[in-house]
Design a protein around this ligand. Sequence first.
Ligand code: AKG
Length: 193
Amino acid sequence: MTTATPCLRHWPGWVGAAEADGWLEGLQREVPWKQESITVYGRRHAMPRLTCWMADPGCGYRYSGLDNAIEPWTPLTTAIRQRVGAAAAQEFNSLLLNYYRDGRDAMGWHADDEAELDPQAPIASLSLGASRSLRFRPRRRDTAPTLAVELGHGDLLLMDPPTQQHWQHGLPRRLKVEAPRLNLTFRVVRLPE
Ligand SMILES: O=C(O)CCC(=O)C(=O)O
């Protein structure tokens, strides 16, 4: 069974432009951004974006074959976590930050369905900077059409369960875009009982 559409809640301009400008500038400056490499069909490639994994102790996360080092929360990411958690009515214990330096940076199709993640919890995605299009396609290709959500400066998108079970998402390149974009996805990593 595939849900006919992904379960999304989109708040355009969830954070006002002036505050979003401050968050964009503060995060670009203070986050310890890394350029990771991934292996695809036996060849090493630089990831087409910068990343950082921030989380509570014990919330390790492995994706694309990478074991992400846990960076501690900063004052700004702590404040944003609190605001996003209140909007989503969910306590998040981890955050993947992506830095798309311009429209050549992108993210391929994937579902955030790794075993470490709580499948019952939403994933909250905050976008800052250049507007880009997040695409969704059903994992069983014949079941529903692909759709796209345009994510602008200060937008909040909640991806509710069972979206990750049935849908993949990806951020295609947009070569005319010169400005940077940050995306913050707040998640719940399952901790051992
Ligand atoms: O940049 C985006 O909007 C998507 C990020 C994403 O797919 C992810 O962090 O898993």
